[in-house]
Design a protein around this ligand. Structure first.
Ligand SMILES: Cc1cc2nc3c(=O)[nH]c(=O)nc-3n(C[C@H](O)[C@H](O)[C@H](O)COP(=O)(O)O)c2cc1C
Length: 172
């Protein structure tokens, strides 16, 4: 059966405001998605990151087509997902707005794809793009994972417009 492609022409029974109101309730890890094209590198804060398959290792990110990162990922055909640690909320704020040279004082290395890998993260996964699907204002990029780094730092979380640290529920 052919896949149905979502379009903005479809009848909207739920308003964007209702949708966003519910989605704010979704607690998520915070990542910085980095990209590279020619000599330029970029990064953007993102929560729309999801594991797709462990075999082969693959994941998806969802990027607004208005973002500078969108053109960079499309042109470079690669991206890296840097999972921020709870001590990196300043980086989440920095990469949520456009800054002329966002990596100038941020410790990082360049991965095998040339995308920046931030130091002291909870983990990072570098990907080459294998598939793109446009949905509404965004593009879903599916990436094949080409490098992985596990960090020990606890994750940074985002919920209801605020950054949080993880705390375990006490056992009864
Ligand atoms: C907590 C948080 C999560 C975000 N998640 C996403 C996301 O998943 N996808 C997206 O396209 N933008 C997301 N944004 C918005 C981008 O970070 C923001 O538009 C950024 O300025 C884009 O940078 P660029 O234009 O340099 O690519 C998020 C912002 C915040 C604060």
């Amino acid at each position: 059966m052919a896949a149905r492609v979502l379009s903005t022409d479809m009848p909207q029974v739920v308003s964007p405001e209702q949708f966003k109101g519910v989605m704010r309730r979704l607690g998520s890890s915070v990542a910085v998605i980095t990209s590279r094209h020619d000599a330029r590198v970029n990064g953007m804060t993102a929560t729309a990151v999801c594991s797709v398959s462990a075999d082969p290792p693959s994941l998806l990110v969802v990027v607004n087509r208005a973002n500078a990162s969108h053109a960079m990922i499309r042109q470079g055909q690669a991206f890296a997902v840097n999972l921020l640690s709870q001590s990196q909320s300043d980086l989440a704020e920095r990469f949520a707005r456009r800054t002329p040279d966002p990596f100038s004082d941020v410790p990082h290395t360049l991965g095998v794809t040339g995308c920046p890998l931030l130091e002291e993260c909870s983990g990072s996964l570098e990907c080459t793009v294998v598939q793109e699907t446009e949905v509404g204002t965004h593009t879903i990029f599916i990436g094949h994972v080409v490098s992985a780094k596990i960090g020990m730092a606890p994750p940074l979380l985002y919920h209801e417009g605020t950054y949080h640290a993880l705390s375990a529920l006490k056992r009864a």
